[in-house]
Design a protein around this ligand. Structure first.
Ligand code: FE2
Length: 270
């Protein structure tokens, strides 16, 4: 156990040194978000990147923010036309090939952002919906990124978490700061105890797009309840990867250990 702890701390220490080295004189802060577990970066599969050209530009932006691992999470919505896993994997390969020379130290993985309905469990069991990649940012096997309608009832969200965990999945609630009923019912702790994990959108901490969620997102971070960060990038314009304010806020209010966990993940592989 002591060995594991030493190794973990050493990895964090190395990551910080590397970040400081990479930051040089060009950044105000030596810290940046190293992974993004929520991005609509795959070309032509949802309302994210329109084509390969835009997808490459999105990669360029994310890389410029310091991100080195991206999980592409195209929408999966039950009852709608969804791209097959085969198509998603083909687009992933296409994007990886397009950026391999320019960004040799960047990794892109595949997942799905799954709009919850009880039927998605059958789709997951059948391999028709993607789970999140094990190990990236410390995510465990059978982790799934789940979203709801912003005004969804708390009872449904709670039931979804209970049901998913019952079937062996670990639900990460995508952009958890958006769900007003969780806040209204003060349900964060109960959801955590039921097995949920929370992802915060980087844009949720900005005072522009999604400004109404800033207060909630900041409180979740101050309370130590956020587990993962994501850009939820959809394009290179009004919904792009933009992590500076969020990173600065985390550096300001979080302990060094929590800051490193949020920005670098508990398993550092860079
Ligand atoms: Fe999303």
């Amino acid at each position: 156990m002591a060995f594991l702890k030493t190794g973990f701390l050493q990895r964090l220490s190395n990551s910080k040194k590397e970040q400081e080295k990479e930051a040089g004189d060009s950044h105000e802060s030596a810290f940046c978000m190293r992974y993004d577990i929520h991005s609509h970066i795959l070309p032509g599969v949802d309302d994210g990147a329109k084509d390969l050209h835009m997808a490459v530009d999105m990669v360029r932006q994310a890389y410029g923010e310091g991100i080195r691992q991206i999980v592409a999470t195209p929408h999966y919505t039950p009852g709608k036309q969804n791209s097959s896993v085969k198509t998603l994997q083909e687009r992933l390969t296409m994007l990886q090939a397009a950026v391999a020379d320019e960004f040799s130290d960047l990794k892109i993985y595949l997942g799905n952002e799954i709009f919850y309905s009880p039927s998605v469990i059958d789709g997951l069991d059948a391999g028709e919906i993607m789970m999140m990649p094990e190990g990236v940012a410390g995510m465990m096997d059978h982790t799934v990124l789940i979203e709801f309608a912003p005004g969804e009832a708390y009872s449904l969200i709670y039931d979804a978490v209970k049901r998913l965990t019952l079937y062996g999945y670990i639900p990460i609630l995508a952009h958890v700061e958006r769900y007003r009923e969780i806040e209204a019912q003060n349900g964060y702790q109960e959801l955590k105890e039921a097995g949920a994990q929370f992802q915060i959108n980087a844009a949720g901490l900005k005072n522009g797009y999604q400004a109404q969620f800033t207060k909630t997102a900041r409180k979740l971070i101050r309370d130590g309840r956020a587990d993962y960060l994501g850009t939820d990038a959809h394009n290179t314009d009004n919904r792009k990867a933009d992590t500076k304010e969020m990173t600065e806020y985390i550096c300001k209010v979080c302990s060094a250990q929590y800051r490193d966990r949020l920005l670098c993940g508990p398993i550092q592989t860079f």
